[in-house]
Design a protein around this ligand. Sequence first.
Ligand code: PHE
Length: 340
Amino acid sequence: MNDPSALTADAVEAIGKSQTSAELERIEVEYLGRKSGHVSKLLEGIGRLSADERAVLGKAVNEAKRMIEGALAARRSQLEATRLADLAETEAIDVTFPGRPLERGQIHVLTQVRRQIETVLESLGYQVELGPEVETEWFNFEALNIAAGHPAREMWDSFYFGPGLLLRAHTSPVQIHAMQRIKEPPIYIITPGRCYRRDAPEATRLPYFSQVEGLAVDKGLTVGDMKGTLLFMIQSLYGRERKVRVRPSFFPFTEPSFEFDVSCGICGGMGCKSCRHKGWLEVGGCGMVHPQVLRNGGIDPSQWNGYAWGFGIERMAMLKHDVDDMRLFYESDLRFLEQF
Ligand code: PHE
């Protein structure tokens, strides 16, 4: 082939039909290759031509080269644009696509109630004090004036690891730990924590549960101070319209001892199905700290006195949220737990 414009037309046609950059490269070599490309070959016999003819052919060849190069570049950018468009189609990230929501946890209702109780009592100056769940018999019983063989031990039927070591049956042993640690009254502490008793799980009792104990040791404390504290706590948690009453009871570690009740939130104390027509709901035990218990904690009962109370957090949560079965708190059923 020795006609530059026919050659150019062929090249441009081939370039236009090419579909890949590899194909384009082959065409480029075929036409513009330095040694054996069609365009170089056009110049093969140039030595035999006259100066004028040489100039004409040279110009035509340069023109052909320029045209072919231009066509190659144009096709190359066309192919690249198509490749990018395809890529955008197949591998696109849609930034407006809604994300997959993360499963959000929440605070367990018993923890919520415990924290509310802590916040209320901390506002009165009480500090949180924690104690061990594995206790010696001395801290769980003897130090609290419950001698071996005392019939009151029936109230705290316990899990034993062996002689003298058990899972604490109430948070009252932390009273003794706190008095021994702090030594110098005044002492104002609350001790939230897990307790264990040998009870079969039922709607109103569990073998493991949580209590909050309160202990105040100071000078000249009265039952009135104790009752005022309980009333403040109950009203802060349940509302200003609630009332508190104390009824005489017995605990070996308090004298006098009481049970304390809160007025029913549904009937306001008139009596209804929810409070079994009593108008009151039982919350926990309380009383003035027995002098022997102060002594066991290393505190002189001729100088100081105190009051203490204890109640179950599950029970408080049941009253607050109108739950009628304690077991629900521990069954981890999200349909139940997500309500709070
Ligand atoms: N520890 C008692 C119980 O578990 C409750 C209580 C605490 C009573 C403090 C009086 C004073 O039943």
